[in-house]
Write a protein that binds this ligand. Structure first.
Ligand code: UD1
Ligand code: UDP
Length: 360
């Protein structure tokens, strides 16, 4: 029976690419189901073009909505698809609503589920992703973890250790596979980037949904921009709020459309530092060695702090920390040590090996 990958949102595509490729190497029959959670070319199709992901076998076209509307539509579409295909395994990625919906539907149809990026915990149930992670892990027959802490969280929640496999990080497989395409000089001349700049990207509801918080962040980014240029590809979730609050009216803040993967990672690679609330970007900066200032009170990826370049910050700390970084003083307090264990570009192959042994 075929393996069916469920992808729907930007970070899913980056994580699925190496797993699909590794299963293809083993000759496993597979299909890619796109839920349509993200649908703009720059949030979706560009990743298929750039990452060598096979075109989706189907796009359910679910689109946007409230959590209940979107999750319900995802479940209805996925149930139909799973009944028709009768997959041997459903593989879900990360912590988005498409992940949760697919795991729920598969579990009720008695189809085994594999969760890639299992066990991450922010312990902050106000994040929709934390709800999605916890439920998905409880429903999964195989939990593929990116870090030792994640294995510990699963064990604490009573997940049978036999189901848990520490395999490394497929998002880093993708990064390493494309490393020679991240040509900072070429991007600098194509986009006319300043010599020194910060890259910013924000999309978490806690930062972009409340206009008062957005106004405070815009004021802070403008304060930082008095000293250094900021280049910010804007996620569609925050675009209207940021524009309403006047972001980009500062002459040293440059707003861009969301970038494709190659351009975005190149923009990160060339940055003096990154200001973000993205999950994946905390991991990518860890490998690229770029200081990462994460505008969040917590992270489900603490390994990027202990083994990487990440630091959790509140907005009032930004001007001081950016000044330190620009002065060449580093982040102080963040230890830049070895990269996390198994973040070596082979996670997709490890996942494929486990799945292949389950499929026989
Ligand atoms: C989702 C995930 C989040 C992940 C992020 C990655 C959930 C609950 N959240 O958040 O964990 O970090 O994707 O980027 O699954 N929109 C567009 N075009 C698109 C897609 C979205 O304009 O192609 C706009 C719509 O106004 C939509 C809003 O963005 O309502 C939010 O989209 P949605 O998929 O619900 O959540 P994200 O904030 O993107
Ligand atoms: N990314 C991208 N273009 C952008 C912003 C991000 O290609 O304009 C990539 C980023 O390098 C990472 C992934 O998208 O691989 C992360 O997605 P996002 O931040 O949307 O989601 P999260 O990781 O927070 O769930």
């Amino acid at each position: 029976a075929e393996v069916v990958h469920i992808v729907g949102a930007r970070p899913n595509f980056v994580k699925a690419a190496p797993v699909v490729a590794a299963l293809a190497e083993r000759g496993v029959q597979q299909a890619v189901v796109h839920t349509g959670q993200h649908y703009d070319d720059r949030m979706s199709a560009v990743f298929f073009r750039e990452l060598g992901l096979p075109r989706p076998d189907v796009d359910l076209g679910v689109g946007s909505g409230s959590h209940a509307e979107q999750t319900a539509a995802l479940m209805v579409g996925l149930e139909r698809e799973f009944i028709e295909r009768s997959p041997g395994f459903v593989i879900v990625y990360g912590d988005v609503n498409s992940t949760l919906a697919a795991a729920l539907v598969a579990a009720k149809l008695h189809i085994p589920v594999a969760h890639v990026e299992a066990g991450l915990r922010s312990f902050d149930m106000t994040m929709p992703e934390e709800v999605n992670r916890r439920v998905t892990d409880q429903l999964s027959d195989l939990c593929f973890a990116t870090s030792p802490e994640a294995v510990g969280h699963l064990a604490n929640e009573g997940v049978d250790v036999e189901r848990v496999h520490l395999v490394g990080n497929p998002m880093i497989d993708t990064l390493l596979a494309h490393l020679d395409r991240f040509d900072v000089d070429a991007l600098r001349s194509r986009l006319d980037l300043p010599g020194t700049y910060l890259t910013a990207t924000l999309h978490r509801p806690a930062n972009v949904d409340d206009p008062a918080i957005v106004a405070r962040l815009v004021a802070r980014l403008h304060e930082v921009a008095d000293d250094v240029d900021i280049v910010m590809p804007v996620h569609p979730r925050g675009r209207a709020a940021f524009e309403a609050a006047g972001l980009g009216r500062h002459e040293r803040v440059r707003l861009l459309e969301p970038l494709g993967y190659i351009d975005f990672v190149t923009l990160v690679r060339g940055a003096a530092a990154v200001v973000t609330d993205s999950g994946g970007v905390q991991e990518e900066t860890t490998i690229l060695g770029v200081p990462c200032l994460t505008l969040r009170p917590n992270t489900e990826r603490p390994v990027t702090i202990t083994h990487g370049t990440n630091r959790l910050v509140v907005d009032s700390e930004l001007p001081g920390l950016v000044a330190k970084i620009l002065a060449g003083d580093g982040l102080g307090g963040t230890s830049i040590s070895d990269v996390p264990p198994l973040w070596d570009g082979q996670a997709g192959r490890r996942i494929a090996a486990v799945l292949a042994s389950e499929l026989v």
